[in-house]
Design a protein. Sequence first.
Lengths: 310, 320
Amino acid sequence: MNWISNYVRPKINSLFSRREVPENLWTKCPECGTMLFHRELADNLNVCTNCDHHMQLVPRDRFTALFDNGVFVEVEVPLPTADPLHFRDQKKYPERLKAAQKQTGEKEAMLVAEGEIGRTPIVAAAQDFSFMAGSMGMYVGNAIIAAAERAVELKRPLILFSAAGGARMQEGILSLMQMPRTTVAVEMLRDAGLPYIVVLTHPTTGGVTASYAMLGDVHIAEPNALICFAGPRVIEQTIREKLPEGFQRAEYLLDHGMLDRVTHRRDMKLELVTITRMLMGLPPAVMGDLPPPDLPAEEPEPTPEPKAAE
Amino acid sequence: MQSYLEFEKPLAEIEGKAEELRAMARASAEMDVEKEAVALDKKAAQLLKDLYKDLTPWRKAQVARHPGRPHCKDYIERLFTEYTPLAGDRNFADDHAIMGGLARLNGRAVMVIGHEKGQDTQSRIERNFGMARPEGYRKAIRLMDLADRFGVPVVTLVDTPGAYPGKGAEERGQSEAIARSTEKCLKIGVPLVSVIIGEGGSGGAVALATANRVAMLEHSIYSVISPEGCASILWKDAEKMREAAEALRLTAQDLHKLGVIDRIIAEPTGGAQRDRAAAIDSVGACIEDMLAKLSGLGRDDLIRERRKKFLNMGGKGLAA
Ligand SMILES: [Zn+2]
């Protein structure tokens, strides 16, 4: 390993790039290098306007874009025992957790919410890659169980957005046990006859892929998302050969029968509405700004002023 | 031939000396070395006991991977009668990293399924060192399904470094196969008991070990990642595997405290590789007992209690 190129240079680079790119204004697309104005990027759901590269979208922003008028109610997730193994590597686990919480402003690596999309009631769960690589530990397990229980309670479909580097190593065996735990959650939805739709986003790997992310009734992925059990580097080290172009990317998995669809982020909502409504036996969605169809009849409210189309 | 682990080197020296003495005595009739040799034997026995009394997690990992440790095939041969291997996933191939079939345990028909690592170069390659591909898990799913439909209890023996990280395995849906196998474990309405006999490597182990009862041999390990893998990711140095093995809590003793496993099966002094028959028989007795305790439960009860067991898992951490 070249110490200079791997250690010193990135440090220098990041020093320079920080100066070149004031953090609150511009983002450089990691794929095509185009400088993107932050507002413009956010309006485009963090998809590069030049090359369509799908960047990370944190759960809160995703839900704001997904739910009608950006309105959703968070579903409470029971807090697990903190640091169950008293794990420490070079840092103590609670310190790593605190740092992630400070950096993201979130409690943990998954957000669960209920609300409507295209006036279709759903429960949604989204994994947060920016929080310790979205890794699956007790909290993420609890979140998926809470999401499934809430969906069953409300008789709604569950839509889950996955994004994770894998299991939370600092929770050792208990992170591994989230594979069967979350599978039990999926079984609850199956028993209740409710759709479970998985949207796989970049990257979804390891134990997450090998449990709830691959047990959906329908699998949709975002373009070019890396989706795998073992990462490409591990495989290259094992088999000592170069992997084909696009290996383990969404389109490759689609070709190999592991996904139903690869869908651009801007079309995702409509597609989820269409699929869930058909599976739930609901009529086609009425898009646009008609008043909600299920207002109580006895107290007719004044028709709201028509708003501009979304 | 006994093969020694690194930490057993002092033991190898003493046992080697005793062996040497006896060989010399055999060569010339007038030499009487028996007294000396017996003294060495005694010393070796004591050292063995001391070494194994309090194995560090990293040493346990080494013992769990000991080439002389009994493997799935050895358990099947000694414990079961009428073993009838069943092969193939009916889709692509037969994966020899996972073996299984119908067999009788003390007269009772069961479906036995396990990872097999192989015991010499040729069989290790054939078995892919116990690292299954999707076809292995899909065969396991098929056998569990068969057992379920005919009311046959399932016994799984877990011993794998992990699922195989290969190109074809990924293309054919390694993740999906593991996920479906875990799901199948949770769905079957027959008793499912599992014993971790060596290495319980990550998702590749979970796919067979999501059972009503899980037991571990005293010196086996069960972990989300190998100590070496964890060290290279969190310590950025694969040589920190001792520290990683400590931190991961991968020993049977810690996992029992965490409520992840139900039982620990004692191994002969010096590990299962020192007295294979005794180790295998202890595992057999444990399986028999676990199955007996589940025999009163109906289909729904078995499924419900298995789900509940995993839902509740992790509710408590290790005491401070
Ligand atoms: Zn771009």
